[in-house]
Design a protein around this ligand. Structure first.
Ligand SMILES: NC(=O)c1ccc[n+]([C@@H]2O[C@H](COP(=O)([O-])OP(=O)(O)OC[C@H]3O[C@@H](n4cnc5c(N)ncnc54)[C@H](OP(=O)(O)O)[C@@H]3O)[C@@H](O)[C@H]2O)c1
Length: 316
């Protein structure tokens, strides 16, 4: 049998990259091998990946040379940045540039860049419906990623742009889950009115990415936009009510109120939800769940995700 094609996975110890590594390792005869890239091979997550059969290598996306070494000999590379570690779109752009240059230098044959839209194509800085943040962004954690798309393009990297969606895991880890009001009743709060939020189980992102690597050539130069299901706040609340066996209300607040909640990134997320609300067709249309389902037959609906995960949602 030919040597397996190595996929170097940035963010392997994290949610998106971890899903990809697990998808590769599960498919024992798929012809691919997982190279997990981390800054810290001694972490529990890195050790677990090594135990599961991944090759673990060290690199920091802030240092191009280390990424070049991590990509050497790889057929594919999955590239992701972690905005929430530093809140800096400039740093995401710099990290993406390092990964793009490293992929080019190492001769990687297929790169997947986990990206999001540059929302300024819909809401120019002069549009006062939402504040401009950090001087030149509307949704910093989207805009920096979208801006980086061009870096991969201009360097001629064989690239697939993967437009991801809101993780349902945000209900567990990101403070987006139901909270008890003063009346003791549970409610979820989004500034989306009656509009739909495309969302996905994060493990499905990795499964889709693996399918893209397997199908290869047909996706080079393409954008693949994914979600598992697109539900309104009221539908999310109804599904939570069914799963938890306790009433969950949907509290639709204006974006300005959400931006004022004061937690780190509230302004960025308030703008993000407003973009999803105001540009519903442009945002939801390309993320038709049929696309993700065509690549990953195991794609979960929200109800399916809840069945497995409802016990992990903190009910404060
Ligand atoms: N939450 C959502 O709903 C959502 C939806 C769509 C997109 N996103 C985007 O997803 C991104 C985060 O992805 P995730 O959720 O998969 O991450 P995560 O679970 O928070 O883990 C972060 C990963 O990034 C790696 N990493 C961070 N900085 C690095 C560096 N300088 N060099 C090498 N590796 C580095 C970490 O590896 P080590 O620590 O092991 O080095 C870790 O594996 C964010 O940019 C966010 O905007 C989030």
């Amino acid at each position: 049998m030919a040597d397996p094609k190595i996929i170097a996975v940035i963010g392997a110890t994290g949610a998106q990259g971890g899903g990809l590594v697990r998808a590769i390792l599960r498919d024992k005869n798929g012809g691919f091998a997982a190279r997990a890239v981390t800054r810290n091979p001694g972490s529990d997550k890195a050790k677990a990946l090594a135990k599961a059969g991944a090759e673990v290598v060290v690199a920091d996306t802030g240092d191009q040379k280390t990424v070049e070494r991590a990509f050497a000999g790889a057929h594919g590379a999955f590239c992701v940045t972690n905005f929430w570690e530093h809140f800096s779109p400039e740093r995401e752009l710099a990290d993406a540039t390092n990964m793009a240059k490293a992929a080019k230098q190492a001769g990687v044959r297929h790169v997947i860049w986990s990206t999001l839209e540059d929302t300024r194509k819909w809401v120019p800085l002069s549009d006062n419906r939402m504040p401009t943040l950090q001087g030149k962004y509307k949704v910093p954690h989207f805009d920096g990623k979208g801006e980086a798309d061009d870096v991969f393009r201009k360097l001629g990297v064989p690239i697939t742009f993967l437009l991801t969606s809101f993780y349902w895991e945000n209900l567990i880890f990101f403070g987006s889950g139901p909270k008890r009001g003063p009346d003791g009743k549970l409610a979820i709060t989004f500034p989306m009115d009656d509009k739909k939020l495309p969302a996905i189980a994060v493990e499905d992102i990795g499964k889709v990415a693996y399918a893209i690597f397997k199908r290869g050539q047909e996706f080079i130069g393409k954008t693949v936009a994914i979600s598992g299901e697109q539900l309104t706040g009221a539908q999310i609340a109804a599904a939570l009510t069914r799963a938890l066996g306790e009433d969950v209300r949907y509290n639709a607040v204006p974006p300005d109120v959400y931006r004022g909640f004061g937690f780190p990134g509230a302004d960025d997320l308030g703008n993000m939800f407003q973009v999803k609300r105001d540009f519903q067709e442009a945002f939801c249309g390309p993320r038709d769940p049929k696309i993700a389902r065509g690549l990953n037959a195991e794609l979960q609906t929200f109800d399916q995700w809840l069945k497995e995960n409802k016990g992990r949602i903190p009910l404060e």
